[in-house]
Design a protein around this ligand. Sequence first.
Ligand code: GLN
Length: 347
Amino acid sequence: MSKRKTRSHTQGTGFLIHHGTKPEPNPLVSTGFLPPPETVSQIITEAYSTFLHVQDGRVANYIPSLASTSPHLFGISLADMNGNLYSVGDSTHSFSMQSVSKPFVFALILEIIGAHEAQEKIGVNNTGLPFNSVLALEMQEGRTSNPMVNAGAIATTSLAPGDTAEERWRFIHDGLNHFAGRELTLDHDAYHSESATNQRNRGIAQLLEGYGKIYSNPEEATDNYTKQCSLRVTTEDLAVMGATLADGGLNPLTKQQVVSPETCKRVLAVLASSGLYERSGEWLYNIGLPAKSGVSGGLVTISPGKGGVASFSPPLDSAGSSVRGTLSASFLSERLGLNLFASKPIQ
Ligand code: GLN
């Protein structure tokens, strides 16, 4: 277990600092505090050792480059609002981000177009169907459904500003770098492998064009979407990216304001309802936090005002979410007191 203290004092979203006095609750937000650092370290280590030997799930193989990933890799990281980073296991192993990119690109676009236009153009309702469903697109009048399924995510990517495909890619890449607090590099294998086999996503983009629900050239939008999915991250990066959404858009390591608190609030609402695709209801019922999974085995869970929890373990359940990641998120939500719906009667 390693814990990196990167900054000593900050102002978290859930409380106001009055210099020289104890933090007072912020009346505008409803979040609390993490346990002390030693307890956080200990509980993360416990989650890791509890689930290290779980062997359920299957590594994704529909993108050829993912099929050869070791099923044994397992890492967990937590980034808090004070700039502390706690990590255990394979937390510096990098993997392509895949669908975990969706909430962050949505945040970047939402920041520009605003909540109303995002709802009109992309939608914010759950499909109840798998992430790459064509049926959802045909059945639901909005077509894109929400930014966490492929149709809505490709439409979101198509809204990136810029005069050329390259400029629009730069906007997305720069924005994701700011969330992570460092320059993310492209996994060329994942990018070429998915580009050669993504007929289904290209079909979705073409269908959206037919319905007037894609906002740039559909081939370009699918290519930029495939690139964003192919950026390499570690669990430490993902924890910091999640912590930025938990911190009203302020990256707790770099202290850069990446997006506004208003944007974070909306993104987290969409993640709560749709981040785990057709399992989003079950996830919220059991874990009580917004989260996003990806087919390479990455998972980010956000605890508003407290931090971002990320895990990496490639074997997936039948909806395409990491098995050990889901077990760890559930364990950590319970043991760190993160569930948004938990309350206790006042005596
Ligand atoms: N790039 C992948 C796809 O579009 C991402 C899917 C996922 O992570 N669920 O198929």
